[in-house]
Unconditional design. Structure first.
Length: 594
């Protein structure tokens, strides 16, 4: 900068001297031209000493696109991308000609000219896809073949004694022999299913545990006498449910008889009252001591978690008993109301509208239960009814016509479940006990009085793995920032913006196996998998996420948007050199004429 300043000052003095000299010349002809030539000559000399630059656009080179290699890519496909630089976000894939990217978001920020990634293999992780959105980078995803093995799996991570463990999923088998999928554990095989060759088949295996504690079951895939896949199925088995049930029925019908038997078999404490005639009742007590049921009082209801009643039984209650029931529901008691007609129980169900569906004779229909991702066997009730849409209610069960037949809503601190499905006992008579269990377990779990606890846990990451990020959600009413202690130290927590009592904790497990995460009031046992466990499930989920992202990638910036970019260029010095020669030549010739 000092040199440039000196050149400019010297040039300014030279211009002043040349102007003074031209003005003092006796001959005044062409004075303006001589002054112009003097100034331009000095200016050209300065531009030769100090480079002159300008900003212009230039085309983006081919390096605006590159290849990202991820696990599962086919090496034979690489020649198709000859000329593009090759990178990977997995250190294990680094080899000759493949460069490792430790952080994709940082890499893209450092190379803004990159507008497109050609991704091969199973694809980028969720946080890496988020980096593409943040930087507006296109994703061209080349979908690989579906990996062999278990491509999807789901089961309840926690069960109570008496409940059925059901493992559902899908298995991709490209081989030519049949595969037998077996659910096993504690030295025994419980259930199995056959998968045909060259197909992707869904499966559902069941087992009713009879023990307690943290248990590790297994899913095995056996073909040709050899185990081709084996995955872990961890389940936490708890004591039988202590949900206290009060059953009020206007008559001892088949539905209530089968329901009370099922509740007894699943260890629910049940108190049942069946109306024989006016003010005459039959009482039944299962898994519990007897209680006075002649009058439905607030004292009695405070001991219950769920009341199951039909609309006629409720309508027959005296006003004082209905008021007591309404007050207890507002304070947290759950109510499962069974009806097939227009109802109005105080103000609890006033917002619901029920209509009978046309159809004569009544046809059998299957029911969809979204909460457990299942469809039941066909059911033939005495009459199909549907619940009209209600923005305050949550649909729980729909029939095959898409009509809502079971719905739930909040009623103060309690929950109200409206059920229009009758004759559910026919599932048991036709051998579909699991459909019956799923239906009534859903209704009871949805309606039950919440357990008295200051916190509640949710395991967000379905398959937490060693060395990978696992997320937990803790809902707590405790004041201040909660502490989540893991076997590897305290996990950082972040408060959710719109739910001030909900906190998300992140944890990177170090050891596999059963782990316990502790809060200030309670704890959460969970299982941590090895990195190689459920690899096909992880790969399939990754393929799905990348395919979906690539389909939406056209909304980000395209290669057309980056056909050019700003660049700084220098004016060629020869221009100023020629200008300097022309000015000097003119002044020399002008001096010769004198």
């Amino acid at each position: 900068m000092k040199v440039e300043t000196g050149i400019i000052l010297a040039s300014g003095l030279l211009v002043i001297f040349l102007i003074w000299k031209e003005i003092k010349r006796p001959v005044k002809a062409h004075l303006l031209l001589r002054l112009t030539a003097s100034v331009l000559g000095v200016a050209a000399l300065v531009c030769l000493a100090i480079p002159v630059t300008y900003t212009a656009s230039q085309p983006v080179p081919a390096a605006g696109a590159l290849v990202i290699l991820t696990p599962g890519y086919d090496k034979d496909s690489l020649p198709a991308y000859k000329g593009l630089p090759r990178y990977t976000t997995h250190a294990a894939l680094v080899s000759g000609g493949i460069t490792f990217i430790p952080d994709l978001r940082w890499f893209l920020a450092q190379h803004p000219r990159i507008h497109e990634l050609q991704v091969l293999g199973h694809g980028l992780a969720d946080d890496e896809l988020a980096a593409l959105v943040a930087t507006g980078t296109n994703l061209q995803y080349h979908t690989p073949a579906l990996p062999a093995g278990f491509t999807a799996a789901a089961w309840p991570r926690q069960l109570r004694l008496g409940e059925v463990l059901e493992v559902q999923g899908s298995f991709h088998h490209p081989g030519k022999e049949r595969v037998k999928i077996v659910l096993s554990g504690i030295g025994a095989r419980f259930d199995s299913v056959i998968v045909n060759p060259s197909t992707t088949s869904s499966f559902r295996l069941q087992y009713k545990p009879a023990h307690l504690g943290n248990t590790l079951y297994e899913l095995e895939a056996i073909s040709g006498g050899k185990t081709i896949a084996r995955e872990k199925v961890p389940v936490r088995l708890l004591p039988a449910s202590q949900v206290q049930v009060l059953l009020l029925s206007s008559s001892p019908d088949f539905d209530n008889k089968f329901l009370s038997t099922w509740l007894y078999e699943h260890q629910y404490p049940v108190a049942a009252r069946y109306t024989i005639s006016k003010h005459t009742y039959k009482q039944q007590f299962l898994n519990r001591a007897a209680l006075p049921l002649q009058t439905i009082s607030a004292t009695l209801l405070e001991k219950m978690d769920v009341v199951i009643a039909d609309d006629q039984a409720l309508a027959a209650l005296p006003a004082t008993e209905r008021s007591a029931l309404t007050a207890q529901v507002q304070q947290g008691l759950g109510l499962i109301l069974q009806t097939d007609s227009a109802i109005s129980f105080n103000n609890l169900a006033a917002d619901w509208r029920i209509k009978k569906q046309s159809g004569s004779p009544v046809s059998a229909r299957s029911l969809a239960i979204p909460a457990v991702y299942t469809t039941t066997a066909p059911l033939l009730p005495t009459q199909w009814c549907s619940i009209e849409n209600n923005r305050w209610a949550q649909p729980l069960v729909m029939d095959d016509q898409g009509a809502v037949v079971v719905s739930a809503a909040l009623a103060g601190a309690g929950k109200l479940v409206l059920n229009t499905v009758n004759s559910t006992y026919s599932w048991i008579l036709s051998g579909h006990q699991q459909d019956y269990a799923q239906f009534w377990s859903l209704l009871l779990n949805k309606a039950a009085r919440p357990a008295a606890s200051a916190s509640r846990w949710q395991q967000v990451t379905a398959f937490p793995r060693v060395g990978s990020k696992a997320q937990l959600v803790l809902e707590t009413t405790t004041a201040g920032i909660p502490v989540i202690e893991t076997p590897d130290g305290a996990a950082p927590v972040a408060q959710q913006a719109w739910l001030p009592h909900t906190w998300t904790g992140s944890w990177w497990p170090v050891q596999p196996g059963w782990q316990t995460v502790r809060g200030q009031q309670d704890s959460l046992p969970l299982y941590v998998y090895e990195q190689g466990d459920w690899a096909a499930v992880k790969a399939t989920a990754c393929i799905t996420a990348n395919t979906r992202h690539a389909a939406l990638s056209g909304h980000t910036r395209t290669s057309k948007d980056l056909t050019s970019e700003p660049a700084t260029k220098q004016v060629p010095p020869v221009i100023f050199f020629v200008l300097f020669l022309l000015c000097c030549s003119y002044l020399w010739l002008e001096a010769k004429k004198v």
